[in-house]
Design a protein around this ligand. Structure first.
Ligand code: FMN
Length: 216
């Protein structure tokens, strides 16, 4: 692998991504306002983080999973609690695009068990790790399906703009992470979530563990 660590400081992440308001100008303006006003708690001094890892890698023992394990080791050593969703092994359907969640603000019409568990873990966590190998530039279909289904979750009345912190873990055969970074940046920016950093490339276990450890 030609590339070295490309973990970037959060201020460099998604710098080319347009403002959420411009990208999603079709969203009702009251929702855009509530996004700013909404404050969900983040961990305070006495509470460690609840971290949800959304593992989009189909291969259970691949390079992405190895980074996840290193990250988890670090995060657990700091007293954090971890839950991991191995999406490929779960019953998670694709978004239907029916827009019922937008019209009713009552969640998704689909009642698949895997996604129900992820919705519940989204309530629990304050930090989300998006982990995926690069497939044709972007996240895997497994992780993208969860992200699309989160549309219904953040259309719930008090969830739009719910504060979370986010991390990206990814591996690729080559060295181009621009599209997955952009994808992650668009999503995080739209949600108003705080980017804690990126671990990009197989073999970055040391950096992954360090990032996990730094989260409290
Ligand atoms: C369907 C598919 C598409 C891929 N597309 C890319 C790509 O666009 N760029 C790249 O560098 N690697 C690509 N790869 C290689 C994987 O990203 C790389 O091998 C990754 O480390 C696999 O992660 P894993 O070991 O966790 O499964 C692709 C692999 C597959 C199976």
């Amino acid at each position: 692998m030609a590339c070295s660590s490309r973990r970037m400081p959060s201020h460099t992440a998604a710098s080319d991504v347009p403002e959420a308001g411009k990208l999603f100008s079709w969203i009702k303006s009251d929702q855009q306002i509530s996004m700013k006003g909404m404050s969900r708690y983040l961990p305070d001094d006495t509470k460690m983080a609840n971290i949800l890892i959304l593992n989009g890698a189909p291969r259970k023992n691949g390079a992405t999973t190895s980074l996840i394990q290193a990250f988890t080791k670090g995060a657990v050593s700091s007293g954090n609690e971890i839950r991991e969703a191995y999406i490929h092994g779960m019953d998670v359907k694709n978004c239907l695009g029916c827009d019922v969640c937008m019209k009713t603000n009552a969640g998704c019409v689909q009642k698949d068990e895997g996604m129900a568990k992820i919705y519940s873990d989204l309530e629990w966590c304050d930090t989300i790790v998006f982990a995926s190998p690069v497939y044709f530039g972007t996240m895997t279909a497994q992780l993208k399906a969860v992200i699309d289904r989160m549309w219904a979750w953040f259309n719930l009345p008090d969830h739009f703009g719910a504060k979370k912190r986010v991390v990206l873990i990814s591996t690729a055969r080559g060295s181009d992470y621009s599209m997955i970074l952009n994808q992650y940046g668009i999503y995080s920016k739209f949600m108003g979530w705080e980017d804690l950093g990126h671990i990009l490339d197989a073999g970055e276990e040391y950096e992954a563990e360090k990032l996990g450890k730094s989260i409290i």
